[in-house]
Design a protein around this ligand. Structure first.
Ligand SMILES: O=C1N(Cc2ccc(-c3nnn[nH]3)cc2)c2ccc(Br)cc2C12CCN(S(=O)(=O)c1cccs1)CC2
Length: 233
């Protein structure tokens, strides 16, 4: 049985990623608004748009704190952010959502999301994803590392120096692999299950693109930041 140990520099890396992940949270007043009294579908949609805009801002701040990210080619930094924005947002949303929400909040939030003009065909895979994330009971370090790994996916469109991104991602994957082995010794497959969620995430990208088209049809407005990062309008 090989002795798994996390090196000093890997511990430093994990601490930086975890601090960044926890430091940048969306303002709770925005999330709280979602829990207030009954809204119309349009108002719900506006709230989700406001939340998503905050989420993107939070993700950009988190990404800037990933060691090595700011040393990447600047155009590649943009390509990684744009390429991972939806996946990172859904991963983070699922993680926040599946964390112990006060009793009844999850149901209220679910109702808000359901009644926001998002079509049923997108709701099912989305809720399946967030349930599958909830079942993993990830610790914060795992959540932060998995989000960083999603952002550092080398094969996003327009990334020029994929090897530079691969090197950063591999160092995160190595820490995550060791952490999973230490945190879940009885579940040797746990690390593989986490990575399997990233595959599921990619399918949500496709649904999200479809949704954007249908929302635009019904004249739903997005904020300039979302239009920029989602390539709409
Ligand atoms: O809004 C969502 N929520 C609720 C949510 C998200 C984040 C926090 C939160 N609190 N603190 N930090 N984060 C709370 C509730 C949620 C929960 C699980 C999954 Br899977 C996904 C989602 C979305 C993500 C964005 N989309 S979206 O399609 O991109 C869209 C944009 C504009 C209008 S619709 C909708 C679903």
């Amino acid at each position: 049985k090989e002795k798994i140990e996390i090196t000093k520099e890997q511990q430093a890396l994990m601490k930086i990623i975890l601090d960044a992940y926890n430091r940048h949270q969306i303002p709770q007043d925005v999330a709280k608004k979602l829990l207030q009294d009954q809204y119309s579908a349009e108002e719900n949609f506006l709230l989700l748009t406001e939340m998503a805009t905050s989420q993107v801002q939070v993700l950009v701040e988190f990404t800037k704190n990933i060691p090595g990210f700011l040393s990447l080619d600047h155009e590649d930094q943009i390509a990684l952010l744009k390429g991972s924005a939806v996946e990172a947002m859904f991963l983070r949303s699922a993680q926040v959502f599946s964390r112990k929400m006060p009793k009844g909040h999850t149901e209220v939030l679910e109702a808000r999301i359901r009644k926001s003009g998002i079509s049923e065909e997108f709701m099912t895979p989305m809720f399946n994803f967030y349930k599958s994330i909830g079942e993993l009971h990830m610790v914060q370090e795992e959540q932060a590392l998995l989000t960083a790994i999603t952002i550092l996916t080398p094969d996003r469109p327009h990334v020029k120096d994929q090897h530079a991104v691969e090197r950063l991602q591999e160092s995160m994957l190595d820490v995550l692999r060791k952490l999973c082995a230490l945190q879940h010794p009885q579940e040797p497959q746990y690390f593989a299950r986490l990575l399997g969620r990233l595959t599921e995430l990619r399918t949500l990208n496709h649904y999200h693109t479809e949704m954007l088209t249908s929302w635009r049809m019904n004249d739903h407005k997005f904020t300039p930041l979302l239009c920029e990062i989602w390539d709409v309008q």
